[in-house]
Design a protein. Structure first.
Length: 98
């Protein structure tokens, strides 16, 4: 599935983008906020990779590994989203103070 490959590459690019911004910023709350965004991107990358495993090699082992990757990626995306929502108002306050 070419669309899944596109989403895999897109999520990986966003992961590297947010990690680069994470290392370049000096504000501590913004670092946590960017870390949450990169966690969401990495989780989507892993989940899309697991979903792609269903279509590339249709076998029992591939289905088991794909399911595990989807669960781990979904969990990472969910945890990153919760952290993102937690840190967003704090980032706004931090930006207003500077």
């Amino acid at each position: 599935m070419k669309i899944l490959v596109f989403f895999i590459i897109f999520a990986l690019m966003f992961y590297f983008y947010y990690k680069t911004k994470y290392f370049r910023t000096r504000r501590p709350v913004e670092k946590q906020w960017l870390s949450a965004k990169s966690s969401m991107a990495l989780g989507l990358f892993v989940a899309f990779f697991g979903l792609n495993a269903y279509f590339v090699h249709p076998s029992t082992i591939s289905y088991v590994i794909g399911t595990i990757l989807i669960i781990v990626g979904g969990g990472s995306t969910w945890a990153g989203f919760r952290a993102y929502k937690h840190y967003q108002p704090l980032v706004i306050k931090e930006a207003e103070q500077q």
